[in-house]
Design a protein around this ligand. Structure first.
Ligand SMILES: *Cc1c(COP(=O)(O)O)cnc(C)c1O
Length: 414
């Protein structure tokens, strides 16, 4: 509960997109002109310059020994993945479909890794043929991979995805620790490593992914330290030296009022210590981080148009042509426990004072179709553009686009 004396928390400043003549600019173009160029609303716009700037800032903050991979799951738009492929050291995929996107983007197969529970045999066959690293998540996967290798003569490259014996604290989404469908429990990994050796698979290392959307540097540091220690213990059971140690990611971005920006400096310092220890304890290992939303989330906007303005018993509703069918996460239905508002603005009235609390909704016949719940915005009329910030990750590909039969959103990279 917010105490009455304390001011209500606000969103972190969304100053990544410049403003000119009262309009938000994406890739140097105003929203009005961009909407005309796209030829429709709603659309998602991703800014190349911001993607590149984010990667450069991250490289500057982390030791050079750290390899940075992009987890395509966050945004699989082919043009964006193509741009990212030129910036990062590798791509992480989680399906045969994502594998195709990564290969089409021109990523060298040696720098692609494939994780995810319940991999189908066809997907594993494709991955072996492509020569990518498979993060094995069960004994069954290891055995099928050995069978695929025996039939084709192509030796499967494998790492073990470990379900650690700890959790990433303060994470938006926990994906390791306790009982989980992801990876193999740390206690069972020595047995799996023995089997991998007996099966003749090309063992390359470990993958640990504790969780997602974390804004606390201390929690991330603690998880990375524990992941490294666990990998050292497990390496004693490995059939060959560790070539790759994926320490996960989890770097978050500010979505909601009160969310800070993640402080990279202490994370960089801790990774430098880990890299120094690794250089003699796991001398052949590359250290990898895999990041999704942190790389792309802040570079994207979702833009929809106000169709109607309605006042219902004193509450103003902006009814737009966009909604949860395009942007499930902004509607609060993508894993949030308590619904909170994404940062938003009336993109063609940026100079104007923020004057009223409005509810931004979409055209779907469900009260869940809510993009902003009594958000303070500039006074808007039909024809104006609503922009939702922090929309570069988990947008269209994570939304129920067929729900209610409205047209899909367009995506552009500019
Ligand atoms: C989802 C996922 C990611 C990306 O998570 P972000 O929160 O977008 O950084 C990375 N690795 C694995 C294994 C994942 O499942």
């Amino acid at each position: 509960m917010t105490s009455p004396t304390r001011p209500a928390p606000v969103h972190a400043p969304m100053d990544q997109f410049p403003i000119e003549n009262g309009e938000l600019l994406v890739g140097g173009t105003s929203i009005t002109r961009l909407a005309a160029r796209v030829g429709q609303t709603p659309f998602y716009a991703y800014d190349r310059r911001l993607l590149t700037a984010r990667m450069m800032a991250l490289r500057a903050a982390l030791p050079t020994a750290i390899r940075i991979h992009y987890a395509i799951k966050a945004n699989p738009m082919p043009a964006l993945v193509g741009h990212m492929a030129g910036l990062v050291d590798g791509l992480d995929v989680a399906s045969g479909g994502e594998l195709k996107v990564a290969l089409d983007a021109g990523c060298v197969p040696g720098a692609i890794s494939f994780a995810g529970p319940g991999k189908r045999r066809e997907e594993m066959s494709q991955a072996v043929a492509a020569g990518v690293l498979l993060n094995v998540e069960s004994f069954r996967e290891a055995r099928e991979l050995a069978d695929i290798s025996a039939r084709t003569g192509w030796r499967a490259r494998v790492a073990v995805r470990v379900n650690p014996d700890f959790e990433l604290k303060s994470s938006g989404m926990k994906m390791g620790g306790g009982p989980k469908q992801f990876g193999v429990d740390a206690e069972q990994v020595p047995d799996l490593l023995r089997e991998i050796g007996q099966l003749g698979l090309a063992f390359e290392g470990f993958h640990l992914f504790a969780g997602s959307q974390n804004l606390k540097a201390d929690s991330i540091i603690e998880a990375q330290k524990q992941s490294f220690d666990l990998a050292l213990r497990l390496a004693d059971h490995a059939p060959s030296p560790v070539l790759s140690l994926n320490l996960g990611g989890g770097f978050g971005i500010p979505y909601f009022p009160g969310d800070p920006r993640l402080d990279l400096a202490p994370i960089g310092a801790n990774l430098a210590e880990i890299a120094a220890a690794a250089s003699h304890k796991l001398p052949k290992a590359e250290l990898v981080l895999e990041l999704g939303r942190y790389l792309v989330g802040e570079a994207g906007l979702y833009v929809c148009r106000v169709m109607d303005r309605k006042v219902s018993r004193g509450q103003v509703f902006l009814i737009t042509d966009g909604g949860m069918h395009h942007h499930l996460a902004a509607s609060g239905n993508f894993g949030q426990v308590i619904r909170k508002n994404y940062p938003a603005a009336i993109a063609n009235r940026m100079g104007h004072q923020v004057e009223e609390g409005v509810s931004v909704v979409g055209p779907l016949c469900t009260p869940l179709d809510l993009l902003g719940d009594r958000v303070p915005l500039q006074v808007a009329q039909p024809g104006d553009f609503v922009a939702i910030f922090q929309s570069g990750a988990y947008g269209p590909s994570a939304s129920p686009s067929a729900f209610l039969g409205h047209p899909p959103a367009c995506e552009i990279l500019i």
